[in-house]
Design a protein around this ligand. Structure first.
Ligand code: IPM
Ligand code: MG
Length: 355
């Protein structure tokens, strides 16, 4: 198992170190023979080599079986030109590795229910998987740009495009994922306004014919945003376009009250890039305050989706639950009566909880 490790910027550096200590423990326990190699990405890479995604990093990511990424970005690099912003590295990796299926689980931990801004009865037990198309749609559609018109005003434009094969492959992923969970897929679009997503709806409906055992529903994106905060437990798997998925996955994440807990997988078959949903949190970077659990849970997703090791993945998830039940908390999920620990200690605790 060859894993490219790209810690990136801000707290990315710390959370990845903590996650690797857990991976080491799992490697020893299951004899996985994990090989890791580190490379720079994001602003850190830009500072060193003038580009957020150096060729060597891309090469390493392409050759690896899986990629573990921390986070990219920070105020330091915000003034930079779009082409060399840290975020470009993320989009570049997604596109170059064709990581078209982004899986973002929003699952609430019983010990953390009160961290949600919504009422206990609304969020208790939620377990949603957002399946976001990741390499198409308006993020990558052409033409795009900003042009100056003859009268001196400017016009900005992006293009929303999806082809039948692009929709088919993401729909299949959603139905396959649903089969292993609650067997329900809600496809989110804006078919009442956007032709492109009218096609989306039609193709998803057609792919569904091969998945009679999975229930399919459709929802407009505005309604989906509302339903997510009204009664999130109605959802099992949500499948949607790149931009709608960007927005709805943040919303779903916050239902759990703790974005510091949420992992993600970006897949192309079994090849995948795994990263926490949270960002680089520059305000707390380098202070040993970050929550490494999302990255640790991303390692669990890696074991599950890239290496088919459901046993090892479940082991990590159980260890995380155990540490939370023992009342250990990082600052972001801290509440009265809990024991506050730093990033490194949290990593150690999870590693120790793996028997
Ligand atoms: C995400 C982020 C990225 C996105 C940004 C950083 C490019 O918001 O992964 O959700 O929009 O996809
Ligand atoms: Mg986002």
């Amino acid at each position: 198992m060859k894993i490219a490790v790209l810690p990136g910027d801000g707290i990315g550096q710390e959370v990845v170190v903590a996650a690797l200590s857990v991976l080491e423990k799992i490697d020893r326990k299951y004899g996985l023979k994990v090989e890791t190699e580190k490379a720079n990405v994001g602003g850190t890479a830009y500072d060193e080599s003038g580009t957020p995604l150096p060729d060597a990093t891309l090469k390493l990511a392409k050759e690896a079986d899986a990629v573990l990424l921390g986070a990219v970005g920070g105020p330091k690099w915000e003034p930079l030109d779009y082409a060399v912003r840290p975020e470009r590295a993320l989009l570049g990796l997604r596109a170059e590795l064709d990581l078209y299926a982004n899986l973002r689980p929003a699952k609430i931990y019983p010990a953390l229910v009160d961290a949600s801004s919504l009422k206990r009865e609304v969020v208790e037990g939620i377990d949603i998987m957002v399946v976001r198309e990741l390499v198409g749609g308006i993020y990558f559609g052409k033409p795009k740009g900003v042009e100056t018109l003859p009268d001196g005003t400017e016009r900005g434009f992006n293009t929303l495009t999806y082809t039948t094969p692009e929709i088919e492959r993401i729909a299949k992923v959603a139905f396959d994922v649903a089969r292993k969970r609650g067997s329900k897929v809600c496809s989110v679009d804006k078919a009442n306004v956007l032709e492109c997503t009218e096609l989306w709806r039609r193709v998803v409906t057609k792919v569904h014919k091969d998945y009679a055992d999975v229930a399919l529903s459709h929802m407009y994106v505005d309604n989906a945003a509302m339903q997510l905060v009204r009664w999130p437990k109605q959802f099992d798997v949500i499948v949607t376009t790149n931009m709608f998925g960007d927005i709805l996955s943040d919303c779903a994440a916050m239902l759990t009250g703790s974005i510091g807990m949420l992992p993600s997988a970006s897949l192309s078959g079994t090849k995948g890039m795994y990263e926490p949903v949270h960002g680089s949190a520059p305000d707390i970077a380098g202070q040993d305050k970050a929550n490494p659990l999302a990255t640790i849970l991303s390692v669990a997703m890696m074991l599950q989706y890239s290496f088919g090791r459901l046993d090892a993945a479940a082991d990590i998830e159980q260890a995380v639950t155990k540490v939370l039940d023992q009342r250990y908390r990082t600052g972001d999920i801290m509440s009265a009566g809990m024991s506050l620990v730093g990033c490194r200690r949290m990593g150690e605790l999870v590693a120790e909880a793996i028997a």
